[in-house]
Ligand binder design. Structure first.
Ligand SMILES: C[S@@+](CC[C@H](N)C(=O)[O-])C[C@H]1O[C@@H](n2cnc3c(N)ncnc32)[C@H](O)[C@@H]1O
Length: 201
């Protein structure tokens, strides 16, 4: 794992001394290399479950590097495909992919979608809802741009049950942190304190 990738992982995991508790999506290529395979896996399960009609007008909210966008194009024969993401890096990366000819990419936030009411048949968000600061506002925007009787759907990892793809990495990093803290404590204790500590364990 190179330095850049490790930095991104720490940022996504929300830990480490350099984290500012905000998830950054400003390095789309690294994101795609790290998360793309997981996005594809869960995206295809979601589309099988959703079973959307062919020929629908789609909006994807938070398209990232365009993984799920490509899956919709391949599997759902949409009449049109629009996407938004507030990250310039993600939109530039996605719009450089072969799918770009068939997609209307826009830099925009879920909380202020740049479309008139009732524009789409299906509005979907893949692994995005937890990142939207005002989720009721974001969901209300998704509903506004969906035609009556259309579909608004999305999914996120089951973070509460630790069922996300970063779990093994996070566990390893936490174990490493705990080990480092224990080692540091050992080093700062005086010999007398160390012997008290070892008599207590
Ligand atoms: C985990 S990525 C998921 C990307 C892609 N949908 C996928 O399945 O791989 C989350 C994406 O949500 C975007 N995002 C974050 N806040 C957002 C917001 N307020 N509105 C729309 N998208 C947002 C990020 O820029 C990022 O590209």
């Amino acid at each position: 794992m190179n330095g850049s990738l490790m930095l991104q992982c720490i940022r996504w995991l929300g830990g480490g001394p350099m984290a500012d508790n905000k998830t950054h999506f400003d390095d789309a290529a690294t994101y795609d290399r790290f998360m793309g395979r997981w996005s594809r896996g869960v995206g295809s399960v979601f589309l099988d479950w959703l079973a959307p009609p062919a020929g629908a007008r789609w909006l994807e909210v938070g398209c990232g590097s365009g993984t799920f966008t490509g899956q919709v194009l391949d599997a759902c024969a949409p009449a049109s495909m629009s996407t938004v993401d507030p990250s310039k890096s993600q939109i530039y990366y996605a719009s450089g992919q072969p799918i770009s000819q068939r997609v209307d990419f826009r830099i925009a936030d879920a909380q202020a979608l740049p479309f008139p009411d009732a524009t789409f048949d299906v509005v979907a968000s893949a692994l995005v809802l937890n990142f939207i600061p005002d989720r009721p506002r974001g969901l209300s925007e998704m509903r506004r741009v969906t035609r009556p009787g259309g579909v608004v759907a999305g999914y996120v990892w089951d973070f509460a049950a630790e069922r996300g793809p970063t779990r093994p990495l996070r566990s390893a990093m936490l174990a490493r942190t705990a080990f480092t803290q224990a080692r540091t404590l050992e080093l700062v204790l005086s010999p007398a304190e160390r012997s008290v500590k070892s008599s207590m364990t």
